[in-house]
Ligand binder design. Structure first.
Ligand SMILES: [Zn+2]
Length: 163
């Protein structure tokens, strides 16, 4: 792959990553108070109940906040700058942090976003977000920026470490 660091599933997070590999976004939902939470935690931050289950999320939300990164902090991101890291407020009421597959010039606070799943190989996938309503094959990226979308229609594929 591209040599970038990828998540290491733990017993607590394995269900999240298994769902992502299947193209589904799930969140923990408390058995007692019914509230969602993210990132995965052993107890509900609202009522301290330990019982929970994975619940499907609809994959939609809005940009709560974002930053534009201009300096790669890891060699795998060289050539991908500038890129957007956003906090997304999901419809389920929790926030997730994501790097976005978008031109920073079009990213705005409160913009609607939707999840997509980047195939990272080895039967794993990374949930990421993009501006909602954009066709998956739309050329959102500027020339030369590696695309990270699942799907063969995108012409902006990377050659970086492509083995
Ligand atoms: Zn609870």
């Amino acid at each position: 792959m591209q040599g970038r660091p990828l998540p290491e599933p733990s017993p607590l997070t394995a269900g999240f990553w298994e769902a992502a590999a299947d193209g589904r976004l799930v969140l923990q939902r408390c058995d007692a108070c019914g509230r969602h939470r993210h990132y995965p935690q052993h107890r509900c931050p609202h009522c301290r109940e330990a019982a929970w289950r994975w619940a499907a999320a609809n994959g939609r939300g809005r940009i709560h906040s974002f930053t534009v990164t201009h300096h790669a902090f890891h060699p795998a991101w060289t050539g991908r700058t500038p890129y957007v890291v956003a906090t997304v407020q999901l419809d389920e009421g929790v926030r997730v942090v994501t790097d976005m597959d978008e031109d920073p010039a079009i990213v705005r606070i409160d913009a609607p976003v939707e999840v997509f799943f980047e195939d990272t190989g080895g039967g794993r996938a990374l949930p990421r977000f993009r501006i909602a309503g954009r066709p998956a094959s739309a050329p959102a990226d500027r020339d030369g920026r590696p695309a990270a979308r699942r799907g063969a229609a995108d012409t902006h594929t990377t050659t970086e470490g492509n083995t």
